[in-house]
Write a protein that binds this ligand. Structure first.
Ligand SMILES: Nc1ncnc2c1ncn2[C@@H]1O[C@H](COP(=O)(O)OP(=O)(O)OP(=O)(O)O)[C@@H](O)[C@H]1O
Length: 537
């Protein structure tokens, strides 16, 4: 379908739209009058108009048109009901798709119209055989589009849902179905035309009623004027139905309309300012019960070792910053702790248990907000609570409280596309904090923001962390050494060979970046860590 954007000059577009049928009729008349075309094959516009009126007045048109449209709509509905869930499932199950794809593609490439006589034999001459042929053509459009819709799922949306505890069936309902909806609307438009094609084709081959049957009858006597009139009526009906689909799509997918083209955050990750300098202290080791304990942990992707022999012990309430060069495995470390990637060797314990995804007491926040664009801010914050089966009023009230906490009470009913990057990241923070996790895994959560917004959200986060009944344990990944030293109790530098430095940050809170920079011991510490990172490169 060709999209026409009606922006400025929109009234002129509408004028042209209305003018097109008149121009076509004018051209038709000219060809009829002066084109030397056989007048049996191409009757005049006037004759077609009269034939249309005659079909209407004689009562022939409406029952036949109704029969055809009803069969097409039935075929369309059946195709959608069967094709969409199957397409979504096949999108979710790539191995099943790999097995079935050659067969489905083979069936889809068959000229289905050739099956019309088979359906007539199977279902008899009547509505069922028409619906069957329409279904056999439109079904694949739904299946393929729904699958492609699922394949377009944003990797980070999936990761967030899994980290928030979504089960397979919740992923199906709350992630894949909404992701597939725009593709299903495309399928509706295409499927409508194809279902109609199947139904009319079936009527032309064998039918007692329907537009196709009328076309066969009139064509047999070379009365082409009613044939053209019927085709025009069918085209008008298809256009009206397509417009209805478009209007429904606009009403249901309001979040898409407002989805302004924004640059993806992530390109401007935080960089060390390089202005601050040093002082060094040894790390004081872990307190009683570690919240996270890694013992000689290694992680591999396709036999490629990404983390080697990492040992760390993080006590309750400690704020630990992980700093390292790009590719040193910082995100992988966090993903392993939250159970999103498996460890290849070693032992990884979280609250004394093996790491697993979807724990309510572990919150994972990513560099990109990964808010689900079809949900308002409030409903995004509710997501984790929804996965855990909390009642609607309870989670609604809680989400509003969390939005209050991140100072966004007025944004509750706005879609992510209507929020600035900073606001979106605050909504993501509210979503992470909603289940009141004891352990917060923060993967460069503010890196994609401009310096001013980053610093204000960082301060807000520290306020929340510091003023709660007890401090949460935080594992905070950052590229920015200054950020690490301003925020954390402890800084761990990570290289491709493992943990390089593990130091305590010996300054009280609140910390002021400028005051710190004025201290020689801070400058020494900064310099030492920076050199460790440089050597690792
Ligand atoms: N799912 C994956 N499959 C294969 N390789 C991966 C996967 N995830 C990460 N890697 C690889 O692991 C290495 C470490 O990646 P990771 O994202 O953990 O590094 P990082 O230190 O967080 O980097 P950055 O600071 O650039 O985000 C990289 O070489 C990356 O290509």
């Amino acid at each position: 379908m060709i999209e026409v954007r009606v922006g400025r000059g929109g009234s002129r577009v509408w004028l042209w739209r209305v003018a097109v049928p008149f121009l076509v009729v004018g051209l038709w008349y000219l060809v009829y009058r002066f084109g030397g075309v056989d007048r049996v094959l191409l009757p005049s516009p006037r004759a077609v108009w009269d034939a249309g009126l005659q079909l209407h007045d004689s009562g022939v048109l409406w029952p036949n048109l109704w029969s055809t449209l009803l069969a097409a709509l039935e075929a369309l509905a059946l195709s959608a009901v069967a094709g969409v869930p199957l397409g979504i499932l096949l999108g979710m199950l790539p191995r099943t798709w790999a097995v079935l794809a050659p067969y489905l593609n083979a069936v889809n490439s068959m000229p289905r119209i050739a099956f019309a006589p088979v359906f007539v034999v199977a279902f008899g001459i009547g509505q069922s055989s028409k619906v069957a042929l329409g279904f056999s053509i439109a079904f694949f459009v739904f299946l393929m589009n729904a699958r492609i819709g699922v394949l377009s799922t944003d990797e980070e949306h999936l990761r967030v849902c899994v980290a928030l505890g979504a089960s397979r069936s919740q992923l199906f309902r709350k992630l894949y179905v909404p992701v597939a909806v725009p593709a299903v609307f495309t399928a509706l438009r295409l499927g409508l035309v194809l279902a109609l094609l199947g139904v009319v084709g079936s009527e032309i081959i064998a039918s007692r009623v329907g537009v196709g049957q009328l076309i066969t009858t009139y064509s047999a006597t070379l009365s082409m004027a009613p044939v053209y009139a019927l085709l025009i009526v069918l085209a008008a009906c298809t256009s009206i139905l397509t417009m209805l689909v478009g209007a429904t799509e606009s009403a249901l997918l309001g979040w898409q309309r407002t989805d302004r083209a924004r640059p993806r955050p992530g390109g401007s990750r935080g960089k060390p300012t390089g202005r601050t300098p040093p002082s060094v202290t040894g790390h004081d080791g872990a307190a009683a019960t570690p919240v996270v304990r890694l013992e000689s942990v290694s992680v591999e992707f396709a036999r490629h070792r990404v983390l080697s022999d990492i040992s760390l012990s993080i006590p309750r309430g400690q704020f630990v910053a992980i700093v390292g060069a790009s590719g040193s495995g910082k995100s992988t470390l966090l993903n392993a702790v939250s159970g999103l990637v498996p460890v290849a060797s070693g032992r990884l314990g979280v609250f004394g248990e093996p790491a697993r995804a979807g724990r309510a007491d572990v919150g994972h926040m990513f560099a990109r907000d990964a808010l689900l664009p079809w949900r308002t801010a409030r409903r995004n914050v509710e997501l984790g609570l929804e996965f855990r089966g909390r009642a609607t009023p309870v989670r609604r009230e809680h989400a509003l409280r969390m939005l209050d906490l991140v100072r966004l009470p007025a944004a509750a009913d706005r879609y992510p596309s209507q929020l600035s990057h900073g606001m979106r990241q605050r909504v993501a923070l509210a979503r992470t904090l909603a289940s009141d996790p004891e352990l917060l895994l923060m993967d460069e959560p503010f890196a994609a923001l401009d310096a001013l917004t980053r610093s204000s959200i960082r301060d807000m986060f520290l306020d929340i962390w510091d003023t709660r009944a007890h401090r949460k344990t935080v594992l905070f990944v950052t590229h920015d050494l200054t950020e690490a030293l301003v925020l954390a109790d402890r800084v761990v530098t990570l290289t491709r060979d493992g943990v390089r430095t593990d130091v305590a940050v010996p300054y009280g809170r609140p910390r002021d970046e400028r005051e710190l920079m004025a201290r020689s011991d801070y400058r020494d510490l900064y310099e030492r860590l920076r050199n460790d990172l440089k050597d690792a490169d």
